[in-house]
Design a protein around this ligand. Sequence first.
Ligand code: GLN
Length: 231
Amino acid sequence: QPTQAATESYTIGTDVTFPPFEFANKQNQYVGIDIDLMNAIAKQQGFKVTIKPLGFNAAVQALEAGQIDGVIAGMSITPERQEKFAMSDPYYQSGTVMAVAKDAKIKGLSGLRGKRVAVKTGTASADYANAQKKKYGFSVVTFDDSNNMYQDVMTGNSAACFEDKPVMQYGIASGMKLKIVGKTTMKSDYGIAIKRSESATLLKKVNAGLKALKANGQYDKIVRKYLGNGS
Ligand code: GLN
């Protein structure tokens, strides 16, 4: 066998808290579908990876500035992001939902007139809320992470938040005092964002790894580990 070149090493940014995709467990270790998936891709493709929980917007900014090589953070594949970054093949279907306090009477967007809505900086859901605020007459307040956004709704400061459906469902199933109202919008797939200059290298490995893990059942195993058989 020929001598292998030195193992490539990449830094990937992620969100601080976005369960079941990335979150700190009781031992304060970062776990989740994205974390396991990224590590499995690296192992399958033979490269080293360091995952940094920077926060969603901060991770995207760091990638744009070329400080990191990629982002895995339940990141929706959008045309704007495809222009800035090399987006991997899709790995999970998602969309945006509206959530309100468990005992709230609001049933949808039309219940938001004159009220305040919480969103997370730089997300597709924030774009959605900002696009609807004029029509439905609500104001928007931004948070850097999902927990603070949920808190603002649970304490009654905000009437609603907009969040990714699988994340909101997981949070509610874990006991968060919120409920989903209305329809799912902004349907999109999650992809791994890669630095454009790594299109011929890291992007190819990521897509090849994803494909292999989907084919050999490891992808399903990772998703089942966090979501059980129901999802
Ligand atoms: N899927 C959403 C987006 O890409 C939210 C991602 C996140 O909050 N980590 O904008």
